[in-house]
Each structure stands twice: as C-alpha cells, then as structure tokens.
Design a protein around this ligand. Structure first.
Ligand SMILES: [Zn+2]
Length: 189
C-alpha cells in the first residue's frame, strides 16, 4: 500500500520529484518533508546520494525554499506566466554549486569519482536539472496531475503522450476506483 506521505519517484525528473514533496499546492498543502530526517531519507532513497550525517533544521528550511522555488517556477511557466526573480535567483545560486570533482588515479590512467556529496552539492544537482528542464524541449511534455487534490507536475515521456496521473499507483488508482463506483451506482449495482 502506498501512503500519501511516500515520496514521488516517477515524475520523470529529480527536480520534479523534489517539487512533489509538497503535495496539493493549490488546496491544503501536504508537507512530505516535515522534519530533517525526512530530507535525509529523500537524499538517500530518491536522489540516490546519502548524506551520511544528520540534516539540520536550517538546512531543511533552505532545501524547502529551493523546492518551493522550483515548484513555483514550473507552475508559472506551465500556466504561461512569468516566474518571480527571487525564485530564478535561488535556482541559479544552487546551480553554481558544483559536485565533488573527478580525481585522476595515481597511475594517471583512471578516474575515481568521489561520493562525498555535500548537502548543497546535492541540491545543486537538482537545481541544474531544473534549469535543464525549464529551459529545454522536455518542458513541452510537462503535465499537472489531473487529480484535484494533487497538483504534482510530471514529464510525460510516454510515446502516445496521454499520461494523466502523477502515478498509476496513486491518483491513477483512485480515479479508477471512482469511475468503478460511479458506474456501479448508475447501474444500480
Ligand atoms: Zn497525482
């Protein structure tokens, strides 16, 4: 069983997975990063980059601010509106934080990639993904989940381009159940 607090992992992009940690943005927002431990969990299980130390409350606040900027800009562009300069600045600030550098091995022939990611570097990676998505051709495939109480944005990479739900196991399933119940009611079943 999937819980509504579970992280989204199938929006198609890391930046939208992060944005989706705030659910139902236009209704009663659902905070899926309620505490620092939840962000630690997101880094390990969704971003695939365990931080290896506890997240602090100020770090959680900053991660949420970046998350909200990404969500807000994506919503604005999706609705054909201009983004706030403050949100653009925040994403640009994070995008300038680079990942751990590759290191040449002692024999000079190989590369070792450090897995020593700082919190800011993980968020930097997400910010660069946001820049790539918002400014690139894939943004034309972005859709908002059709469930009224969801608001999650995802990229419809399916070939027919008819995806309607953030996830079949979440909103897709609920819609299927509603259709089923409605049909049973109208046929008196
Ligand atoms: Zn949904």
């Amino acid at each position: 069983m999937i819980s509504e607090m579970d992280f989204h992992t199938d929006t198609g992009r890391p930046c939208l997975d992060l944005a989706a940690t705030l659910g139902d943005r236009f209704g009663s927002p659902l905070e899926r990063l309620p505490d620092p431990a939840a962000l630690e969990n997101w880094f390990a299980s969704v971003a695939g980059k365990p931080l290896g130390r506890p997240v602090t409350q100020p770090e959680l606040d900053e991660a949420r601010a970046l998350r909200d900027s990404i969500g807000r800009i994506a919503d604005r562009l999706y609705d054909g509106e201009m983004p706030d300069a403050e949100d653009v600045d925040r994403i640009n600030r994070y995008a300038a934080i680079f990942p751990p550098p590759p290191r040449l091995t002692p024999d000079g022939r190989g590369v070792s990639q450090s897995d020593d990611w700082s919190l800011d570097a993980i968020l930097g990676e997400v910010a660069r993904d946001a820049i790539d998505l918002l400014s690139g051709p894939d943004f034309a495939r972005v859709k908002r989940c059709e469930a009224e109480d969801c608001s999650v944005l995802f990229v419809d990479y399916s070939r027919p381009g008819k995806r309607r739900w953030c996830s079949m196991t979440r909103c897709g399933n609920r819609a299927k159940k509603r259709t089923y119940n409605a049909r049973n009611r109208t046929t008196g079943g």
